[in-house]
Design a binder for this molecule. Structure first.
Ligand SMILES: *[C@@H]1O[C@H](CO)[C@@H](O)[C@H](O)[C@H]1NC(C)=O
Length: 327
């Protein structure tokens, strides 16, 4: 186990049940970086967080004010941006605070809450990516029926369904985690209350948790991933049936950006949760977590919008509208 190099550790354990001490607080060790790199890393993460929040807020604003962008694709994108803001706000502000504090502690209820919201917004992101892939599939494979199939009713239904499923999934894992007792070790070698890091610290039987993670992880990650891959496979085969330069360019400009987000997000999450490493590779896990907790939410607005003429048009209109005394 961890060497006891934290003199404060005794203060974090309170309450005695039987002959076990119960942990009331956890210590988040944070990022495995050298002390002299703390300040540049702090600035870097702060800048990335601000970019994420401002970039995604800009997308939500642009889509909200421009009525041309009130189409399913952009409404899903706006939902994805909202989810990105929340997802990065679950972990990064706490990381920034902990980097500055002497005592990087998080109380037990805070830790469970962080785990709940982390799972919630990660799942929501995953379901929204499926909805966006389905939307592109209908738009490219059934262009004449697009407005009939992707009705406002279906879009709202898909968004509500995502929220319901993700609520249940996050709640299930959080309730299972709250059953466990933590007694000896309260040091989390990570920068947030990650489910797998917490399981390693628990001193009760974690096999039910691991089984549920395996089964639900398969359903929640692999099924959406397969749906997305199927949808883009249909798109690509339908384009190759009637090849035209314009069609291919259009498909690559929208689907290429979608696919890069999808592979960035699912690649790291699946690698981390479904192929857990047996040896102690905390650094590798932390770097991969940073990829999908910090980098993906920051890149989404740029990947989806920068090469997109409609979004650029909306941005220009917004800037032009500000100069006029009336809209
Ligand atoms: C999310 O999507 C729904 C359904 O398309 C839409 O009505 C809603 O305005 C969107 N929410 C945000 C925050 O963009």
């Amino acid at each position: 186990l961890m060497p006891f190099n934290f003199p404060l550790i005794m203060h974090y354990r309170t309450g005695v049940r039987g002959n076990q001490t119960i942990v009331s607080e956890f210590l988040l060790l944070g990022l495995p970086i050298q002390p002299e790199l703390k300040a540049p890393c702090y600035v870097l993460f702060l800048a990335m967080y601000l970019t994420t929040v401002l970039g995604n807020m800009l997308i939500i604003l642009l889509i909200h004010v421009d009525s041309h962008l009130h189409t399913p694709m952009y409404l899903f994108l706006s939902n994805l941006s909202f989810s990105d803001i929340c997802f990065s706000s679950v972990t990064i502000p706490k990381l920034l605070v902990n980097m500055q504090s002497e005592k990087p502690a998080i109380p037990y209820p805070g830790c469970l809450a962080q785990m709940y919201f982390f799972l919630f917004f990660a799942d929501l992101e995953s379901f929204l990516l499926v909805a966006m892939a389905y939307d592109r599939y209908v738009a490219i494979c059934y262009p004449l029926h697009y407005t009939v199939i992707m009705s406002p009713k279906l879009c709202s239904f898909l968004v509500v369904l995502s929220w319901v499923l993700t609520t249940f999934h996050a709640l299930l894992h959080t309730l299972l985690m709250s059953r466990l007792s933590f007694c000896a070790n309260n040091i989390i070698p990570h920068f947030f209350c990650d489910m797998s890091a917490l399981l390693k610290l628990a001193c009760s039987d974690t096999r039910p948790n691991e089984l549920v993670i395996f089964v639900m992880g398969g359903l929640i990650l692999v099924v959406p991933f397969l749906l997305i891959i199927t949808s883009y496979a249909h798109i690509i085969s339908s384009i190759l049936k009637v090849p035209s330069v314009r069609g291919i360019r259009k498909a690559f400009s929208t689907c290429g950006s979608h696919l890069s987000v999808v592979s960035l997000f699912y690649g790291t999450v699946i690698g981390l949760y479904l192929c857990p490493s047996t040896n102690n590779s905390t650094v590798k896990e932390t770097v991969m977590s940073i990829m999908y907790t910090v980098v993906t939410p920051m890149l989404n607005p740029f990947i989806y919008s920068l090469r997109n003429q409609d979004m650029k048009g909306a941005f220009r209109k917004l800037l032009a509208g500000r100069k006029l005394p009336f809209p």
